[in-house]
Design a protein around this ligand. Structure first.
Ligand code: MF3
Ligand code: CO
Ligand code: CO
Length: 254
């Protein structure tokens, strides 16, 4: 069952998504060598709660923290920890999801910690472009496979690989709802996009091979070859003529 959001529901999606992207903007200046991922978690938690919302990840299927922090070879679902301290040259994805007035908004970005190698910078830039290309094909009449195809084609052109085990998802009253948005695939295949759908596009792109492993904590997903991985995520609304990015940050133009 794919929910088509009403006008009022879309207004509420705009609100929760705006808070999620504001949280990401708020945390960015703290992402520096020497800060622990737990500190980033605590700051985001306070920010979200002080704006009348709840961080969706907290206790979600037992997830112990309020945001996900995925460092270097961590693909997604990294658990913030006081023992994990950022160092110069790292890349880190911070994934924020807010639950406000009954609706979830989900967004993430990969940030540079201090000075980062050109090779890693390129991976992060291409990953952002993958997300953009996936978003730009969205309009009624297109299919989810068109999104995946655009992402995969661009990633492979650059010699990178696309993670297949985790995907984008419908979002609204539930954190994860239909449809699934695969970040690979074929044109004109998959679910038909319709006005009023809201879902995320959140490609995970690996420098090396696409394969992943889940660590013993049952959450942290890492690359099998332990080479770095990057990710960006936006929540998007399908409009009558195309799309609206609900989690756009200030200064971010698409
Ligand atoms: N925010 C992630 C997503 O993009 C999901 C995190 S689930 C958690 O779908 F439990 F790990 F928080
Ligand atoms: Co998501
Ligand atoms: Co997310």
């Amino acid at each position: 069952m794919i929910a088509i959001k009403s006008k009022r529901e879309i207004e509420l999606m705009r609100k929760t998504c705006a808070l999620a992207s504001e949280t990401l903007q708020y945390i960015e200046p703290y992402i520096k060598p020497g800060v622990s991922t737990e500190k980033l978690n605590d700051l985001c938690h306070e920010y979200i709660v002080s704006h009348g919302a709840i961080p969706s990840p907290l206790n979600y299927h037992g997830f112990p923290k309020s945001i996900c922090t995925s460092l270097n070879e961590v693909i997604c679902h990294g658990i913030p920890s006081g023992k994990e301290v950022l160092k110069n040259g790292d890349i880190i994805n911070v994934d924020v999801t807010t639950f406000l007035e009954g609706f979830h908004g989900d967004t993430s970005a990969t940030f540079f910690v201090g000075e980062v190698d050109l090779k890693l910078k390129k991976l992060v830039e291409v990953t952002y472009e993958c997300m953009l290309r996936g978003i730009k094909v969205i309009k009624p009449g297109k299919k989810t496979g068109d999104i995946g195809y655009a992402i995969e084609t661009y990633a492979l052109e650059h010699g990178y690989s696309v993670v297949e085990e985790y995907c984008g998802h419908g979002i609204g009253r539930s954190f994860h709802e239909d449809p699934q948005i695969l970040h690979y695939g074929e044109q004109n295949k998959g679910t038909l996009l319709k006005e009023g759908m809201t879902f995320t596009v959140e490609p995970m792109i690996n420098l090396g091979e696409r394969y992943c492993e889940v660590l013993k904590d049952n959450w942290t997903v890492v690359t099998k070859d332990r080479l770095p991985s990057a990710q960006f995520e936006h929540t998007v609304l399908v409009t009558s003529t195309g799309y609206e990015v609900l989690t756009l940050r200030k200064q971010e133009t698409i």
